[in-house]
Design a protein around this ligand. Structure first.
Ligand SMILES: Nc1ncnc2c1ncn2[C@@H]1O[C@H](COP(=O)(O)OP(=O)(O)O)[C@@H](O)[C@H]1O
Ligand SMILES: [Mg+2]
Length: 259
């Protein structure tokens, strides 16, 4: 049998400055293309687990295998290779607001570019690079924002730029940390629907921490639950192939079109 895309084995994480371990004995597998919601009360350790998975905080012990390769979670040398295959959408968007949208989108390509390439892109982007940014922006419905300053976009639009940046990275795994926490319910549905549909189209696995259990149920066939640093639940709803439900607003639009 093929190995899972991600295997987390007895991971223990104690970030610098923390007196005790924040994640303990965390083990789970994730298949390629699988979508999982990570739920649990505030302070449960969701953000810390996601940070350990993307290598931004070292683990104290345990093992992370990605695509059949063991990544020593406490070795910083492994981080660049690991990060290249894992895209991150943080809770608070982390766009560079004074720069243009295409700069932010193509930040997803930095892992495969040299420093000299990145510097040249900042001042003299090539047509092919702008074309790649444009294609990603069209997929998130922002085809007209290529040259806008990132800081002039609304919160929902900035979140979609972060999704476009993740797509440009061509990751195996996308980690989203409460990506809709700052959006109103309608925009939250639309953002999750978009995120899940694009991940499904590209075969990208997703781990998405969420506060709202109803959103977790609606968009994620599997839910992992954390409490006080430990996994306390792991449920897969059914064995049908994963498909993304339409967001409510889109359903209405579709109904209106059909009427
Ligand atoms: N670097 C750190 N130093 C000290 N405490 C930390 C650190 N990072 C996280 N914590 C603590 O770990 C607990 C879990 O945090 P977090 O992973 O952010 O949980 P969640 O995302 O589920 O709300 C919290 O009590 C938080 O204060
Ligand atoms: Mg958190």
């Amino acid at each position: 049998m093929a190995p899972p895309l991600l295997r987390v084995h007895r991971l223990e994480v104690r970030p610098p400055g923390a007196a005790t371990s924040i994640c303990r004995d965390v083990s789970f597998d994730l298949a390629g293309g699988e979508r999982v919601a990570l739920v649990g009360p505030s302070g449960a350790g969701k953000t810390t687990l996601l940070r350990a998975l993307n290598g931004s905080v070292a683990a104290l012990s345990g093992r992370i295998d990605l695509a059949g390769e063991t990544v020593n979670p406490s070795a910083t040398g492994a981080l660049r290779g690991l990060r290249r295959r894992i895209a991150v959408i943080p809770q608070k968007h982390d766009l560079v607001e004074p720069l243009r949208v295409y700069h932010n989108v193509m930040a997803g390509a930095l892992g495969r570019w040299s420093d000299a390439h990145a510097l040249r892109f900042l001042f003299w982007p090539l047509a092919a690079e702008l074309g790649e940014a444009q294609a990603a922006l069209e997929r998130v419905g922002l085809g007209d924002k290529l040259r806008a300053r990132a800081g002039t976009l609304s919160g929902g639009q900035q979140q979609r730029v972060a999704i476009a940046r993740a797509l440009v990275q061509r990751p195996l795994l996308l980690l989203a940390d409460e990506p809709v926490a700052s959006l109103d319910p309608r925009l939250a549905h639309q953002a999750l629907q978009l995120l899940c549909r694009l991940a499904e189209d590209d075969g990208i696995a997703v781990i998405c921490s969420l506060h709202q259990p109803d959103l977790a149920r609606q968009y994620f066939p599997r839910t992992i639950e954390m409490e006080a640093g430990r996994l306390v639940g792991d449920r897969t709803r059914d064995a049908r192939p994963q498909t993304v439900p339409a967001a409510p607003a889109m359903r209405q639009e579709r109904a209106a079109r059909l009427a």
